[in-house]
Design a protein around this ligand. Structure first.
Ligand SMILES: Cc1cc2nc3c(=O)[nH]c(=O)nc-3n(C[C@H](O)[C@H](O)[C@H](O)COP(=O)(O)OP(=O)(O)OC[C@H]3O[C@@H](n4cnc5c(N)ncnc54)[C@H](O)[C@@H]3O)c2cc1C
Length: 507
């Protein structure tokens, strides 16, 4: 039987996957996007005419839909899948917990909507000729324009901004030494009176009510997610999105007509195995699952070979946080944007720390007294460039990361800031007892040669032509600030390179 062969198969629909998928179909290529998670039940997705939508972990669904899969060394090697419709996947490694998301739109459902270039200066410089902060700039600009992201202003009347909280403070400031990030949020035209608006692609979304645009998802669509910002338009251009399709391996086939890839999939809706064929594969399953898929495809399925640097240079972006029990009676810090803004200690503004409430907390099924108590404080999240020296390995079907936080000065810096904040405010910061990151990067990283990286400046795996990596795994180092825009810019750069070189046959 003759196989259907796509020009491109894209694996994963987060920042690394949705952006190339949209660009490649727009350029006239046939593209199938494989995503293991479901479409989410938001106003935009409903208005796109998608009928099978899974709940966010909201209301009582918090308990059934928050966790997809949990992995740990003491568990079965496939981990424990609680609910295939769950939002988060977590991995417990030695001394480190890493988490990522699942669903059409990937991490854009969980993210706080902070849009920012890498905060590390000259982040893209020095890896390969022709690649630099300067050449990446137009990709940042284009993606942020597509998201219509912008900084909040006093006219937006956003509650609980750090600018407002610290306006009269002698101790704290909303200015640290980093530029304030923009927000991927639909700000209300008239503050306090959110209404439904239409996007250019004809999708409906609510303006933000500054209440529920949470890391548990934004059913109103006020927080910008990739499913409707990128994929709505791409579907109209011919993109085929297969949700609940979990890729199990990538297999390279060399025949007389050149390289072909067979992507094996478990169709989670019907529990059947399927195969997709394409000349080119864009791998964007998120840093953790991209590493896992590459290891599995090489070491177990024997579908790929080489990649001597695979699993190296894993970073956590210096993520370290805690809950600052401000106990400001009568305050409700759960209101506002997902992130209230940057926070610096006067005279000590170097470390990137942000404060956020717990948006949507009031809708969580917990006793009112607990919700009130929690909403009187904020979460502090510090980040910055770490040593990026973690090593991922894959043994007996299990991905584990060896990461020694004591190699990275950033954690001392953040802890010092938290110590000062605690002393100056006389309010306790309850820190996480274990390193925890939602910003894993590296492992299939950019390098100047096969001795220093897995992919080249075009995003192509050095020794597996036609296979590209465009997600967080591709980053050469931790970006220091929120990583979605560096990943998005990289994905845009790779897709445009493919299009401009005219690779693969068009329809
Ligand atoms: C709570 C939270 C808050 C955050 N806040 C911010 C923020 O404000 N700003 C910011 O810049 N970043 C933020 N981030 C980080 C940001 O979400 C990630 O850096 C970003 O989503 C990574 O993009 P990606 O394309 O690498 O992977 P993802 O967005 O994770 O996408 C990967 C996709 O691949 C799918 N997938 C995985 N395995 C398979 C498989 N085998 N087959 C098929 N599909 C598969 C996954 O389901 C997922 O949809 C936050 C993250 C979290 C969790």
């Amino acid at each position: 039987m003759k196989k259907d062969i796509d020009d491109f198969v894209v694996i994963g629909s987060g920042f690394g996957g949705s952006i190339p998928a949209q660009k490649l179909v727009k350029a006239g290529y046939s593209v199938t996007l494989l995503e293991r998670g479901p479409w989410r039940n938001s106003l935009p997705v409903k208005s796109m005419g998608i009928s099978d939508r899974a709940s966010y972990p909201h209301g009582w669904k918090l308990y059934s839909h928050v966790l997809r899969t949990f992995h740990a060394g003491y568990m079965p090697k496939k981990g424990m899948t609680v609910n295939k419709y769950g939002l988060f996947e977590a991995f417990h490694h030695k001394g480190l917990i890493t988490a990522c998301t699942s669903g059409v739109g990937g991490g854009s459902h969980a993210y706080s909507g902070l849009h920012q270039r890498a905060t590390v200066p000259n982040f893209w410089d020095g890896y390969a000729e022709g690649l630099s902060d300067e050449t990446m700039e137009r990709h940042y600009v284009e993606v942020m324009e597509k998201f219509a992201s912008r900084k909040k202003t006093p006219e937006d009347k956003v509650p609980n901004t750090t600018a407002e909280l610290f306006a009269d403070s002698e101790l704290f400031t909303d200015k640290n030494n980093h530029d304030e990030p923009a927000n991927g949020i639909q700000f209300p035209e008239t503050p306090g009176q959110p209404k439904i608006v239409n996007t250019e692609a004809g999708v409906q979304r609510w303006e933000s009510s500054y209440d529920d645009d949470s890391f548990l998802g934004s059913p109103s669509g006020a927080k910008s997610s990739l499913d409707f910002i990128y994929l709505a338009e791409a579907i109209k251009d011919g993109l085929v999105v297969k949700d609940l399709c979990q890729v199990t391996s990538i297999n390279r086939i060399e025949n007389g007509e050149g390289t072909l890839y067979c992507v094996k999939v478990m169709d989670l809706a019907n529990s059947i195995e399927r195969e997709f064929y394409s000349r080119k594969v864009i791998l964007a399953a998120g840093a953790l699952n991209t590493n896992k898929l590459l290891f599995h495809s090489r070491d177990v399925a024997k579908g790929l070979s080489g990649m001597p640097q695979l699993g190296k240079n894993i970073g956590t972006n210096g993520d370290h946080g805690g809950y600052w029990a401000l106990q400001d009676e009568g305050k409700d810090y759960s209101k506002g944007l997902p992130i209230h803004g940057p926070i610096g200690i006067k005279g000590e503004e170097d470390t990137y720390t942000i404060a956020c409430g717990i948006p949507g907390l009031q809708h969580v099924p917990l006793p009112a007294s607990i919700k009130t108590k929690l909403s009187e404080g904020v979460i502090l999240a510090g980040m910055g460039q770490d040593a990026c020296d973690g090593v991922a390995s894959y043994k007996q079907g299990r991905l584990s990361i060896d990461y020694d936080a004591s190699n990275s000065k950033i954690f001392d810096d953040i802890n010092r800031c938290m110590d000062i904040a605690e002393q100056k405010s006389a309010k306790k910061i309850y820190r996480l007892p274990i390193n925890f990151t939602v910003h894993t990067c590296g492992g299939a990283h950019l390098g100047s040669s096969i001795e220093s990286g897995v992919i080249n400046a075009e995003g192509e795996v050095f020794d597996n032509p036609g296979l590209y990596v465009t997600d967080g795994a591709a980053l050469p180092a931790s970006p220091g600030g929120p990583p979605s825009m560096p990943i998005a810019a990289w994905a845009s750069h790779v897709a445009e390179g493919i299009i401009s070189r005219g690779e693969a046959g068009k329809r």
